[in-house]
Ligand binder design. Structure first.
Ligand SMILES: C[S@@+](CC[C@H](N)C(=O)[O-])C[C@H]1O[C@@H](n2cnc3c(N)ncnc32)[C@H](O)[C@@H]1O
Length: 269
């Protein structure tokens, strides 16, 4: 066996996972191994790094390579009002339902990437209830995307589902097809670094969005996460997931399914 293959053996990968947990707080054991190793090996090939041990040294010494690694591992593609038909459900059905009980909502965008999801929520709530004082928490494990989220600058690709009226009302043009979210929308959101797999959650949310985040999580990791989301919602609260991530065992967690991608914690258990 060549040195390169040896340096990438299962045994070496085990040690690599321990080192990465120490270094980043990310537990690779919670992610599907085949997909993760393919991504990591791809990055190592790009850098000409042969063994996992050598890669750990590179990540410790080079902040740019470290950022590249976290980014590749957590993939953070996002856009405003992603899957627009689901946002129509939210805007026309579920937000009004939630507001009947609770005019000011406590909402969480879990795995918010560089911000389109929480900003979409803020824009929607500002339109529905301009006088409201809603609280929007937006969290992600990747501090680089959180920095971009706080900046709130976007190109047209990420803004393609924003209506012209909303563009006019809630964005400032920076030229060169770049736009920035206005301060009154930014002020509605609290950004926070948080690892969904290890950190504790706040409670009493009316609505939690966790979309396109769990794609590489193992079944056990997802199971634990959905239990924690259930506990974090107040009775009657709603969880919205990504279009390709239905909760097959929603009943096991105590949820009821109310619409494609929407689950409710029942009022009475
Ligand atoms: C593809 S983006 C989804 C963004 C947005 N929710 C959407 O649907 O457009 C996935 C995000 O999940 C974050 N993520 C991955 N693992 C995470 C974890 N363990 N804790 C918190 N965020 C995580 C990534 O950093 C990334 O920004």
């Amino acid at each position: 066996m060549s040195e390169a293959v040896n340096g990438r053996s299962d045994f070496e990968y085990g040690k690599f996972m321990d080192a990465i947990l120490n270094l980043t707080g990310l537990d690779l054991r919670n992610y599907k191994e085949r997909q993760m190793r393919r991504r990591i090996n791809g990055l190592m090939d790009l850098l000409g790094v042969e063994s996992y041990a050598q890669y750990v040294r590179v990540l410790k010494e080079d902040p740019e390579k470290y950022d590249q690694f976290v980014k590749r591992l957590t993939i953070n593609v996002s856009e405003f009002f992603r899957n627009p038909e689901r946002w129509v459900d939210l805007e026309e059905r579920f937000i009004p339902q939630l507001r009947k009980k609770q005019p000011n909502l406590k909402v969480w965008s879990a795995g918010c990437s560089n911000g389109p999801e929480p900003y979409s929520l803020a824009i929607m709530l500002a339109d529905i209830a301009p006088q409201g004082s809603h609280r929007i928490l937006a969290s992600d494990v990747d501090k680089m995307v959180l920095g971009q989220a706080m900046q709130g600058e976007y190109g047209l690709q990420q803004l393609r589902y924003v209506s012209p009226e909303r563009m006019e009302k809630y964005f400032t043009s920076l030229g060169d097809d770049r736009y920035q979210v206005k301060p009154e929308i930014k002020r509605m959101i609290q950004f926070k670094r948080q690892n969904l797999l290890t950190d504790t959650f706040e409670k009493d949310f009316d609505l939690i969005l966790c979309r396109n985040v769990v794609i590489y999580f193992t079944e056990e990791a997802k199971h634990t996460l959905y239990q924690k989301f259930f506990q974090a919602l107040r009775p009657g609260g709603i969880l919205m997931v990504g279009g390709t991530e239905p909760l097959l065992k929603y009943r096991d967690y105590g949820f009821e399914a109310i619409e494609t991608t929407f689950y409710r914690r029942p009022e009475v258990q």
